[in-house]
Design a protein around this ligand. Sequence first.
Ligand SMILES: [Zn+2]
Length: 368
Amino acid sequence: MPVLLLVGLGLLTTGIVSLFVASQSTSGNPPSNPSADVAATSILPTATPSLSPAVTAPQNTSPTSTPTPVPAAGPGRTQPEVEEPTPILSEVQEPISPLNVSPNLSFSGDVAYQHVLAQIAIGPRPTGSDAGWATGNFIIAELDKAGWSAESQEFLFKGVKGRNIIGRKGSGPIIIIGAHYDTRPAADQEQDAALRAEWIDGANDGASGVAVLLELARVLDSETLKNEVWLAFFDAEDRGRLDGWPFSVGARQMAQELTVNPQAVVVVDMIGDAGQQLYYEHNSTDELSIEIWAVAAELGYQDHFIPEFRHTIIDDHIPFLERLIPAVDIIDFDYPYWHTVEDTADKVSPESLERVGRTLQVWLEEKQ
Ligand SMILES: [Zn+2]
């Protein structure tokens, strides 16, 4: 989806980020890294949680929002295939290797890719379309299947009905992993003007992020997590600068309705292309980028998670950064099929989905 921002100034001072100065040019690098300021100020609220209603309602005291299944490690009937769980687990005294956090449930790029195909089969999925609503229903059904508690957050924008979906699991400080599921209702980057009004498949720009979140729903081990994880599926990200819409309408809605103070927000967008190169993004909180890219390096993905700055992007992390919540955008903006009718499933690679998914799985399961 997003917009490349030429000059990412004023994140903190302007409530409405300057979509108007957005540019697709990378020729003029920002004079300084605005995320340094954001990071410095955004870390503080987590140490002194005074800004959010979360203070009056700590997450642990809200049983309705934390179903916390944590199936008591008792009768092995929930996992009948594990025949000798107790003795083996009790022998493990040392810290678990990051590479073996979830030996039985490892993120599969092939499974994630099936989630891409399932979304493509629904058709282009703009906000307010029947296909968009069907995609929301598909996501809810998949979350239910994986044992996550799913909640819808409906909203109206310019007379169009949108719907965010949040899956929750675990307990502890909240971490949000987000992706937009709507697709752009215009191929406005097409060379051929006759195609620019077409709706796009959004295989990478939309479906890839959703696919990673849905496969995370299957594999995340709630007994290992030390956090309450939200899988956030944003609607209405990708109509920006069409019909007078801004970007990230759904993410902004979710950020505004927060009654808790998340520890971190990680947005994944356009991460599935075969020529995957993921760079630090300037608006993101540096500490989070460094942590996540370090996990990717542990997993051997350093050729794809490149610890260098490249783009400055307006995406779904911005509404959270504006509320001083640490946030990061994982995105490969060097994608030649961006906002064209060629953003199709054959451009997405299971291996790329797997690298992002495994990195986030390990990062989440190690996160304190
Ligand atoms: Zn887009």
